[in-house]
Design a protein around this ligand. Structure first.
Ligand code: DHB
Ligand code: FE
Length: 279
């Protein structure tokens, strides 16, 4: 049977791609962020997941504002990255996992999540950069299943709904009849706002409380509406919904293995967490 090994959540600021291309990992601006990853890579080398379910939001590469599904799942043999205008080098394509994709789709629809299924899907920085942070040689050792959450166009799914989606994905993975070690990745956040009067808004206190809640009280964030989250975390800080989905996928006892928090990377409070799943 499939086993969920844990979740890794991280910010996905596009400038990370530029820093990787320019080899700026030791640069004083970037070092506090990149230093969050070696302990995670050590854990990955030990735990050896063979598939990653990646919960993220598309920023206009695959879906644009004219067609914006609340939840979408990839069911493609391969996912390609493309130039999205940030000047980030394109990364090698990612192998899909058709059996797990369709198992998730079948289970979720049976569980009354009316998701969009994508048999072709391009993946943007929110998918590619976390992968490049985890596997810097970009020789991806995992098959992938993209799970896309609308955090870009209102109305957003509620935090409560995102939590339930994660629980449903967790149950579906547990019932998948194949020996597999499944890693959950959640990307985006934490607090940031890229436009308007509050451009540059960051809320360290809220971010730290949110990170703490993922271990101590994982449903804490479900009390907030989409506009509450905008107020607390900024218009793009709502990407923390992807973290909430990823956390809710964990079926067993969750223990914190590693975390990192640094302000700012570009406009963002950049954070990373590794949570191990026991059982
Ligand atoms: C930034 C952060 C994001 O999450 C994003 O998708 C684009 C830009 C930033 O801080 O620059
Ligand atoms: Fe983003």
């Amino acid at each position: 049977m499939a086993k969920i090994v844990g979740s890794i959540t991280t910010s996905h600021v596009p400038a990370i791609g530029g820093a990787i291309a320019k080899k700026l990992q030791e640069d004083p601006y970037w070092k506090p962020f990149f230093d969050g990853f070696p302990p995670i890579r050590e854990w990955l080398a030990k735990v050896k997941p063979d598939v990653a379910v990646i919960v993220y939001n598309d920023h206009g590469l695959n879906f644009f504002l004219d067609k914006q599904p609340t939840f979408a799942i990839g069911a493609a043999p391969e996912y390609r990255n493309a130039d999205e205008g940030w000047g980030i080098p394109v990364v090698p394509s990612f192998a899909g996992d058709l059996d797990l994709s369709w198992h998730l789709i079948n289970c979720l629809i049976a569980d009354e999540f009316d998701i969009v299924t994508c048999q072709e899907m391009s993946v943007d920085h929110a998918f590619t950069l976390p992968m490049a942070l985890l596997w810097p040689d970009q020789k991806w050792p995992v098959r992938t299943v993209p799970v896309c959450v609308n955090t870009v166009q209102f109305p957003l799914p509620t935090a409560q709904r995102c939590y339930k989606l994660g629980q449903s994905i967790g149950r579906a993975i547990q019932s998948f009849d194949r020996d597999s070690r499944v890693l959950i990745i959640g990307t985006g956040g934490l607090s940031h706002q890229l436009e308007g009067k509050r451009a540059g808004f960051i809320n360290k206190q809220f971010d730290l409380q949110f990170m703490d809640s993922l271990i101590s009280n994982p449903t804490w964030a479900t009390q907030f509406s989409d506009l509450d989250l905008v107020e607390q975390a900024g218009t793009q800080g709502v990407e923390l919904l992807n973290w909430l989905v990823a956390r809710a996928c964990l079926t067993g006892r969750a223990s914190l293995k590693h975390s990192n928090f640094h302000i700012p990377i570009s406009n963002t409070a950049a954070a990373t967490m590794l949570i191990e799943n026991h059982g």
